[in-house]
Design a protein around this ligand. Sequence first.
Ligand code: FAD
Length: 352
Amino acid sequence: MEFAAKNSETAWLRFQKTNCLYTSYGNYSIFVPEVMKVTQVLAEATKPIISFEILPPTKGKSIESIYNHLDPLMEFGPSFINVTYHRAEQVYKKRPDGSFERVEIRKRPGTVGICAAIMNKYKVEAIPHLICGGFSKEETENALIDLHFLGIKNVLALRGDAAANEKFFTPHPHGHRYAEDLVQQIISLNNGKYLEEDIMDGVKTDFCIGVAGYPEKHFEAPNADIDIYYLKRKLDLGADYVTTQMFFNNEHYYQFLKRCDANDVKVPIIPGLKPLTSKRQLSMIPSIFNVEVPVDLCKEMLKAKNESDCEKVGEEWLLMQCRDLLKNKVPVLHFYTLGKPQVVYNVLKQLF
Ligand code: FAD
């Protein structure tokens, strides 16, 4: 049984109403959330929608830290919440005899569990990120099977970065080199094709696949055109939409849209937005993410006298970016909330 959505409703209310089905179990009718694909959410949206991206807590921390982060933001009715994936790191641990051994530690485990918890608690789509780095194809297949069994229908397929002890990305010996290979594997599973060829009539998964795009080009790509060429390959293989790397100058996003159009990229391109909230980030963000921080933003940040002034500068800049994007009819605003949900909250409060 579906309810009609009114234009005036928030995306959250709309999600609650349109995304639920009554299912009968014996004499009982229970409310069961119907999982929606990102592409479906976007196609049906009557106004710009909101989404967030969060990091799993570091090992040893409670999931309450995720809830504390998300609870206030749920007021804005996000249509989906992405959860990042973090590859294991090699670290050296001292043995009692003074020698060192190399061990693998995953500092932020829990992506799949957090997605299930988010869907269960907030009744909102959760999108796990999947990475090639550090995983064999078989481990990836098993993870996809888990996600399918959990009722998760959206994934963001990524290559991942080089391991901390490597200069360049090295694929797992039995894994994927590029995100396009991961997209191919997910599409195969959507067609019921498993790695073990003797699995006949395998159940078909139904994943909606997002991939990463770079308005300022991926740092390894020799130029923006070649980067778009490889982006298009991911889409031609069957990926459904693109989420962009953060940008602080909307012009980069608009130019990217133009390049995508010129290269016949027709899928939704979700702008990724992050508040810049400290002086340290002025050098850290460009070096990690290879994005430009505009001169005016740098100047304002450098004038800030304390932490709260810095956050105010970041908030105002993000607000200005969002207003401009909405004026230019973006269908969705995707926020990398990471450590600063309050700044994103303040921006959303002024926007909606
Ligand atoms: P790819 O699409 O494989 O591209 C990598 C590079 O190779 C590009 O330069 C591309 O032009 C080139 N290329 C692609 N295909 C080919 C080919 N067939 N032949 C030759 N060159 C090719 N990282 C994480 O570890 N965890 C996360 O959760 C995470 N989330 C992210 C979310 C978003 C929205 C974005 C934008 C990035 C995220 N990242 C994450 C970072 C991402 O993993 C890195 O940017 C990584 O370096 C590239 O990933 P990709 O999926 O874009 O790779």
